[in-house]
Design a protein around this ligand. Structure first.
Ligand code: SF4
Ligand code: SF4
Length: 99
């Protein structure tokens, strides 16, 4: 069973949820805004960024988009605040900030 998450409410029962370990269609993770449950977010110090794009490759949620070979604004709807981008940036251009 695949859950229509747009119809889920706080009173949903576990029986209403998508069966675990099942993939029902491609691209479904886009529907889950993991950014809703983070307590920190990355702040990019643009003056220090050298566009090496390492952060975009390392982000487990594909929340750092690349357009025409340039990193663009972090997708905060899907960033889960893990801090991996800040850890891998060789130029210390990313700081994690509390919300
Ligand atoms: S890893 Fe750091 S320097 Fe490289 S694109 Fe990301 S923010 Fe910029
Ligand atoms: S904090 Fe984690 S999820 Fe958010 S942009 Fe950085 S690597 Fe991606």
């Amino acid at each position: 069973m695949a859950t229509d998450i747009s119809k889920l409410t706080l009173t949903a029962r576990w029986q209403d949820l998508t069966t675990g370990m099942m993939i029902h269609a491609g691209g479904t993770s886009e529907e889950f805004n993991t950014g809703e449950w983070t307590s920190v977010k990355p702040h990019v110090k643009e003056e220090d960024c050298r566009q090496c794009l390492l952060c975009a490759q390392a982000c487990p949620d594909s929340a750092i988009p690349v357009n025409k070979n340039e990193r663009v604004k972090v997708d905060l709807k899907h960033c889960k605040g893990c801090g991996i981008c800040a850890k891998v940036c060789p130029f210390d251009a990313i700081e994690m900030e509390g919300l």
